[in-house]
Each structure stands twice: as C-alpha cells, then as structure tokens.
Design a protein around this ligand. Structure first.
Ligand code: WTA
Length: 653
C-alpha cells in the first residue's frame, strides 16, 4: 500500500491466473510472435510518420494523395492532410474492384426470424440507391443526417450512404426518447431524420415513427423524414411533404451512385455520448484517420481471416456498432452477422442459437450481456453446439474476473482466446487489447496498447505514477482514430480532454500497469473511493464480490462517512440463493478474505437488478445518490427494484 496523499490509487485485488494463447491459434494468427508486435509497436512509436504513411497507402483507397501524415498542434490533429478518400468506397468498391463483390458482407437476422444476406456488390447497390435518394431529398456533403432505426441492414446502408455523399451521420440509439432525439437534432442542426415505422422488441412493436414525430415538432432544422417500412405498421402518420417512404424515394433510384472524394479531415459522423455532467456531447470523427483505425484495429485484434463469420452484438447506435459492425469489418472485407433483436427472445438461448446456426467464429459482446447469461443459467448454453467459435471479445465495461472465467469456460470451452478490449467513443477504435495469437491473458486486464497507442498513467499533479499504482489514464501521442472535437463546443473539448494534463488526452478512466506491463482499467475517475485515507477502485471490490458463487452482479460506490471519509456501499444481484442476513454476512466476510478488512462494504443491499445506461453500463452515479440519501433499510432481505430509477434517467447514454 502506498501513501495515498500522493494521489495514487491503491491496488488491492490480486489476480494471478494466466492463460497463454492456444498453440493451434497462434500458428495461424495475424500476430504470431511477440517480436512482431514489439517491432511494429516500436516503429509506430518511433517513426509514426513512416509507419502511418505506409498503413494509409496500403489500407485505404486514395482519390488524391495526402501530402502530410499528421499535423499535430495540440489538442488539434489532422491526419493524412489534403488527401481525398471515401469511407463507403473503402468499405464496398475496394472489394468489388478487386473481384470480391460476391463475398458475403452482411448476414442479417430479424427478431421474428426473417433472414437476409447481402454480398458486397448487393450492399453497394443498396447504398448507392440510398445515396441517390438522400441527394433527391436535398442532402449534400457536410449536412447532418440523424438516423433513428432498428438494427436492420438499412441502418448500415443509411450510414454508408451518408458517407458516400459526404453527409455526416448522427446515429441515435432507437431506445432514446423524443426529447433526446430533438436535443440531438438541434445540437447538430440535422436536416434529415431517417427512421422506420416501428421496431421489434421482445415480440412487441415499438412505434418509432410516433416518437420521431414528437421530436420533429421541436426540431426546426429538420426538413424531411425518410421512413423505412419494417413492421408493416399502417397506422403511421405521414406529414406531407415532410415525410417520405424509403420504398418510394430509395428503392426507385439507380444503383450506381459513385462515391464522392472527401477530404481526409471531412467529418464522417457525430455520435452523442453522455458526459459525467450536463448535456450529451457530439463526438466528432473524421474520414481517413477513423476509417484506417477502425480497419486496422479490427484486423489486428480479431485476427481476421477469409473464412470468419464475425458477430459484434452491439447496436449501431453505439460506437462499437459503428467501428465493429460497419466501418472496421466492411473495410476489411469481412462477413458479419447482424442481429436485430433481444438476446432473450423468444428464449434465453437466442444468441447461442444464432452462433450455432450461422457458425459464428468470432463473438464480440459486453460484460453486461455475459452477466445476464450467467444469471439465466448454463442450460441455455448447453443446448447448442458452439464449436465454430474460435475467438471471444468483450467491450464496454471492465469484465470481472469471474465473468471472464465463465466466458472462457462455458462459451469458449477453454479453447478460445478472450480479447478484453479497452476503448471509448472518443478513441474511435480499440486502444488496448490482447492480440489473440500472442498475448497471454489475465482475467480482468485489457493487457497492452496497440501499435500507435502511447498510454501514460499520472497522478493528480500530472506526473507519471510508478508501475503497480493506479492513476489517471492518459494518451500522450495523437493516433489516427482520435476524436477531432465536440460538435459545436470547442471549449468543452479542450476543457474536458486536454486541460487536466496539458498536451495529453485525458481518458477519464483510472488504470494501473502491472510488472508485466499489462494495464488494468480501474473504472472512471469519479468511481474512486477514499476509505480512511486509502484510495480504492470500486471495480476491485466489485470483482471480489463477483468471485462469490451466489453473486451475479455487484456495484460498489462510496457514501460520505464522518469517521472514514467515505464508507463503502455495495449493491448486489444474486442467483440460486435466498437473499438473507446469513448470505449478507457471508459476502462481507468473503470480501474481507479476498481483499482485506479495509475493503469490506459498510452497507450491502440486495437488489433484483442494477440501474444501467442504455448501453448497459452500471450507473454508479445514481447509486451514489441512493447510498448517501437514504439510510440502509433495516430489512436487508428485501430485494430492491432499481430498474424504476433507471427508467427515470431516460437520457443516459
Ligand atoms: C469503459 C465503448 C474496462 C471505460 C467502446 C471507458 C471499459 C468507457 C472497457 C467508454 C474495458 C470500455 N475495460 N472499461 N474493456 N471498455 N470501458 O464511450 O470506462 O461507450 O472509458 O465506448 O467504457 O465507453 P463508450
């Protein structure tokens, strides 16, 4: 333990299991030796210009060459200056030009079980038609288009059609309220909204168009609304001449709309993400750098091969869907599975049914889903043949070691490497991750940075902390996929990401580097608790709780305490046991044994669910309010239902 007045964070949980990559995996992998990674990492760090020049020339199509690799005027970076490319060209035409147009791009399954397959050539035809339709609706390069759609191929088609003509898409997750859509339309000055007549969710139809109508009443910049018929809902109201049907405006167009050469730094998209306070911010990504980053990180981390069927279970409403359903895999010429619906419809085995049916080889999902599967029970997994899988990925939150172990054993059958990928909406693509052919993994660690990523962990004064100590994770060098700004709010961009440690990008996460050079994300900076002068990371206490067999999920927060500064409050969901006082004591003792008396929660409450953001992250901020507001109820055996509270917080991203 260290002197915590230094601003470092104490690291208390020991995890020493190590899983080397299986030999048969390594033999055929993209990265097959540690030396190969080391030398690539060194080149990217020491000669970034040369490294990224050759990457960009090899991996993107250039209508006009760039004349400078990176212009870095902190905090502003421009990549591949003055070059002209097009992300839709890189995702589609490039493969067709190379004679690979017949390859399957997207295999799609709707929630009701309907299926569609699109080859690269077919996808380009659809994208071209949509691009021409957008043009007809008066959209041109630089205009913002909001997309509020179900996870249908048309969602990806709409994104790529925007890219094809240089319009800037702003995808809004189709669970957001009318208020949130209007806020985003107004902040971005959107000219068009693309939506559908409805969305299937657990067998029911959600009236998307109705929600959009409500938003449009408060979105003065929007001129048109393009509506896809997805559910056959004839009740939708179409306001003339504002609203038009996809089948009238898109399906009737010619299918050879050429991609428009776009400046490397032209905005490709905005994606709104909630900040720790206040209104959501529109993270702005640009064309060439983002596209290259999405493609290369996809190929490196997922060890992409010709015969892979890649399934990223995210929604395109989040950055994970942007980078690893659309831009990354399609630029790489991969075959992706895209699924529209819920993981537990019609039953809790839907994901495993899909893996078996489509022989998915790579599965990329989130800890929140993994913890739900654990709770639903192994029998749903056992019904299916998952032998096609060769690689598993995780993203979105820290994965507690026990959830990692379940994923490894139950889904990966102890033969599939797990890539725990750390990154953010702002970073555009994966920043730290195991490389599955070479990295020995440790449950709960995102291991090491990818080539081009130079992390540093600092204390509150901006000085680098020693290995083994936690501090604020920063990135010290620009990388191609980095955000270029917050839409319309330069001050917030500078203030939020670049002021704490001048010249370095502040991620907002805490992390620690161990003696092997592996990184461990310790949660958001706000999630550190200070107990009797010891600064602890809540995720370590949560992981200790999760290592008890009865615990499914745990969220730990601090609440003010006169004696200790902060006291530890834990919220726990359980399985296969009665939530009684005996179990409560058992769990407290368990943490004490795992970490020490210091980390033993002062309050421990059982709950049936934890409040989560719409992208599935536990909302510790809300739990902090609960923990400090009301005193712990005397009767600890009742399960609280915190979903109600989550529902109240509609706008969390
Ligand atoms: C968290 C998602 C630990 C982290 C791509 C980050 C993670 C935030 C991991 C970004 C991981 C994401 N381990 N924490 N593997 N992946 N996070 O913008 O706090 O939705 O800053 O991007 O999620 O979330 P976002």
């Amino acid at each position: 333990m260290t002197d915590s007045s230094s601003g470092q964070i104490d690291h208390v949980l020991i995890e020493d299991r190590l899983f080397p990559p299986p030999a048969e995996f390594s033999q055929q992998a993209v990265f097959s030796s540690q030396a190969q990674y080391e030398s690539m990492y060194r080149r990217a760090a020491e000669q970034p210009e040369e490294f990224w020049r050759s990457e960009a020339l090899e991996h993107l199509h250039w209508f006009e060459p760039f004349d400078e690799v990176c212009r870095w005027d902190p905090p502003h970076a421009e990549w591949f200056v003055h070059g002209k490319t097009n992300a839709s060209y890189n995702c589609l035409d490039r493969h067709i030009d190379a004679g690979r147009g017949d390859r399957t791009a997207i295999i799609w399954e709707g929630e009701p079980g309907d299926e569609r397959t699109l080859s690269y050539a077919e996808l380009r035809s659809e994208v071209s038609k949509c691009a021409a339709g957008l043009k007809q609706l008066g959209i041109s390069a630089g205009d913002v288009v909001s997309i509020y759609m179900p996870m249908t191929p048309e969602l990806a088609i709409a994104m790529l059609a925007c890219a094809r003509i240089g319009a800037v898409h702003s995808v809004i997750f189709a669970g957001f309220s009318a208020e949130s859509i209007a806020d985003r339309n107004n902040d971005a000055g959107a000219k068009l909204v693309i939506t559908a007549d409805g969305l299937y969710r657990r067998g029911k139809v959600l009236p998307l168009k109705e929600t959009v109508d409500e938003a449009l009443a408060k979105s003065p910049t929007v001129e048109h609304c393009l509506v896809l018929r997805r559910v056959g809902n004839d009740d939708v109201s179409m306001t003339q001449p504002r609203d038009v049907w996809w089948h009238d405006v898109v399906d009737t167009q010619s299918d050879d709309f050429p991609a428009v050469p776009m400046d490397s730094e032209a905005s490709l998209f905005i994606l709104y993400t909630s900040g720790s306070t206040g209104k959501p911010k529109g993270i702005r990504h640009t064309t060439a750098g983002y596209n290259l980053w999405a493609k290369r990180t996809f190929e490196w981390v997922f060890d992409h091969r010709e015969d892979d069927i890649f399934w990223c279970t995210a929604d395109c409403g989040w950055i994970t869907g942007h980078s690893y359903i659309v831009y990354g895999p399609l630029s790489a010429g991969a075959t992706c599975l895209m699924y529209e619906g819920a993981p537990n419809f019609p039953a809790e085995d839907r994901f495993w049914e899909l893996v078996e049916k489509y022989k998915v080889t790579i599965l990329y999902t989130a800890p929140t889903a993994i913890r739900a599967f654990i709770k639903w029970g192994d029998e749903h997994v056992d019904k299916h043949d998952l032998s096609s899988l060769r690689l598993l990925g995780s993203v979105g939150e820290g994965i507690n070691p026990e959830a990692w172990m379940w994923y490894h054993k139950k889904i990966g059958n102890e033969r599939c490497p797990i890539v725990d990928t750390w990154w953010q909406t702002e970073t555009g693509g994966i920043m730290m991750s195991p490389l599955p052919g070479i990295t020995a993994t440790k449950p709960g660690s995102c291991t090491r940075p990818l080539p081009g990523v130079v992390p540093v962990i600092v204390d509150e004064t901006g000085n680098a902390v020693d290995d083994q100590h936690g501090g604020m994770l920063c990135i010290s060098k620009p990388w191609p996929g980095m955000l270029r700004g917050i839409w319309g709010d330069e001050d917030r961009f500078v203030q939020q990401y670049w002021s704490t440690v001048p010249g370095k990008y502040l991620t907002g996460d805490n992390a620690r580097k161990d003696s092997d050079g592996y990184y461990w994300i310790m949660g958001r900076i706000d999630d550190v608790i200070n107990v009797s002068g010891h600064r602890l990371s809540t995720i370590e206490v949560e992981s200790a709780l999760c290592s008890h067999e009865a615990v499914c999920e745990a969220a730990v927060v601090g609440r003010p305490d006169e004696l200790k500064g902060q006291a530890i409050a834990a919220f726990v969901t359980i399985r296969d046991r009665e939530p009684d006082e005996a179990l409560r004591q058992e769990l407290l003792l368990h943490v004490r044994k795992q970490i020490g008396a210091l980390a033993q929660p002062d309050d421990l409450r059982f709950t049936s669910t934890l409040p989560k953001t719409r992208s599935g992250k536990i909302m510790r901020r809300l739990l902090r309010d609960i923990a400090s507001g009301n005193e712990v109820a005397g009767d600890t055996s009742t399960l609280e239902d915190l979903t109600v509270l989550a529902k109240l917080r509609d706008d969390e991203g």
